[in-house]
Design a protein around this ligand. Structure first.
Ligand code: ZN
Length: 256
């Protein structure tokens, strides 16, 4: 039987090739990410540590509260899913209702939480980071976490949606939350110029909410901010400026 074993020289050869490949990939990726960082000098370890603590406390409290409520509602038939096959447009309709419903819920309650004294008591905790990072997503007051996470529970209690629609709804906020707080903008320069895409928020939109506090309250879309006049007037111009940065690492200008 043929048995191949590597000699020490061959192993060393593969180590060198691997080392160069990893080095190259890291170099390319760091340039890729560096060019897309929204606030290049915004990250602070001290804030990150505080956010980690808040996130751990909040996850425990709101996770338990929402988890138990959902279990109780399921056990009593208040939450029930349709398991029958449904046409694609029915699933799309249910998903769109959830998407726009959450956006309206989030915009209204988020704007309300920017008023005193609720801002000081609850929402201020989430605004520790003026340059958000992934952990900022979870760094919220337990009450705010219950308010945000409670929407889907209320929605599926009121409307018995198809299971197929629910499996699309549930991960949406799990993807959107970390993305808008990531601190990186990946969408193209034309995003806010195109009529088809400008209604959907990107990371830079919510990043500016953390930086300036008084504008860009939307969760999934820019619709309510556009209707209510709360979109930052310079948002689109600043987005273009951000996307005009040179892609080569170490060459981008400081944040204006
Ligand atoms: Zn806010």
């Amino acid at each position: 039987m043929f048995k191949h074993t590597f000699s020490d020289a061959q192993l060393l050869h593969w180590y060198v090739v691997g080392f160069i490949a990893v080095g190259l990939a890291a170099g390319i990726l760091s340039g890729f990410f560096k060019a897309r960082k929204i606030q290049p000098r915004g990250f602070k370890w001290k804030t990150f540590g505080q956010e980690a603590l808040v996130a751990a406390i909040t996850l425990t409290i709101s996770g338990t509260a929402i988890g138990w409520t959902q279990k109780w509602l399921l056990a009593h038939g208040i939450i029930a899913f349709r398991h029958n096959a449904a046409p694609w447009w029915a699933i799309a309709l249910e998903y769109t209702a959830y998407f726009l419903g959450f956006d309206t819920w989030f915009y209204s309650l988020h704007r309300w939480m920017h008023n005193e004294p609720i801002y000081r008591w609850v929402h201020k905790l989430h605004h520790r980071s003026t340059a958000p990072n992934l952990l900022t997503t979870l760094s919220v007051h337990p009450l705010e976490s219950v308010i945000n996470g409670g929407f889907i529970v209320i929605f599926v209690s009121l409307f018995h949606v198809h299971q197929a629609a629910y499996v699309l709804m549930a991960p949406t906020s799990m993807i959107m939350g970390p993305y808008v707080h990531s601190g990186y903008e990946f969408f193209p320069r034309w995003w806010n110029r195109s009529w088809a895409t400008k209604w959907f928020i990107t990371a830079a939109f919510h990043d500016q909410h953390h930086k300036y506090f008084t504008a860009n309250f939307g969760g999934y879309t820019t619709i309510w901010d556009r209707i209510c006049g709360t979109m930052r007037p310079r948002f689109e111009a600043d987005f273009e400026k951000l996307k005009s940065r040179p892609v080569r690492p170490g060459k981008q200008p400081a944040e204006a």
